[in-house]
Ligand binder design. Sequence first.
Ligand code: 1GP
Length: 248
Amino acid sequence: MILPALLRARSQHRKLLAVLVDPDKASRENLETLGAYANEGLVDYFLWGGSLVNEGESSYYLRLLKSITDVPVLLFPGSVYQLDEQADALLLLSLISGRNPELLIGHHVTVAGRIKQLGLTPIPTGYILIDGGRPTSVTYMSGTTPIPSDKPAIAAATALAGEQLGLRLIYLDAGSGALNPVDARMIRAVRAEVDLPLIVGGGIRSPERARQALNAGADLIVVGNGLERDAHWLPELAEVVRGGVRVG
Ligand code: 1GP
């Protein structure tokens, strides 16, 4: 029931926070810290995935996280090998900013039967990569060119096409560890064009960057790297998210 919850939050103007865990970089200590914050109500979702993932370790760490907290985990797969039935849903990503047919339909065909077999709930997601100031793992691994950060109209048209194709979420991503997060003008342009829940991530490493993304119209922000390095600013981050939209 993840998608209905996202739609409800959007209609109630409730902003949400997702913490991205790259299973390759997971550790017991980090998961215990994040899980404890999640149990205090500071985290709405975990996203689970990375560009290169060792399947066995991923499954072990996901089991560990699920044993710590009931906060839902959404798979955010970097490849077809990252399906895991322990997750609560799957962001079924279509990389609509790119022109790589494998990431638009090819891999989806490969794993369609497996998704059904595992009983995973897929949430069709229009995944849009935005230039974040330096090449990231995802641009390299996907073999696609991100949308230039100063071309909000292209991002807005891409998101609109995704909505018209029937996708249910839009995810604007500057890529993990991006130098620059997605520009506020770009978020605003996409927000003005589509009515779908809007996820924004990549390079959000401070409460101020989180606030800018939320003010510009993100419904759900995703933070990975910044919390991997130090999870202790999560309460401050959560306060910005809970505080909703405040300009300045
Ligand atoms: C990347 O949007 C996520 O896909 C999170 O990015 O790791 O830079 O927070 P960071």
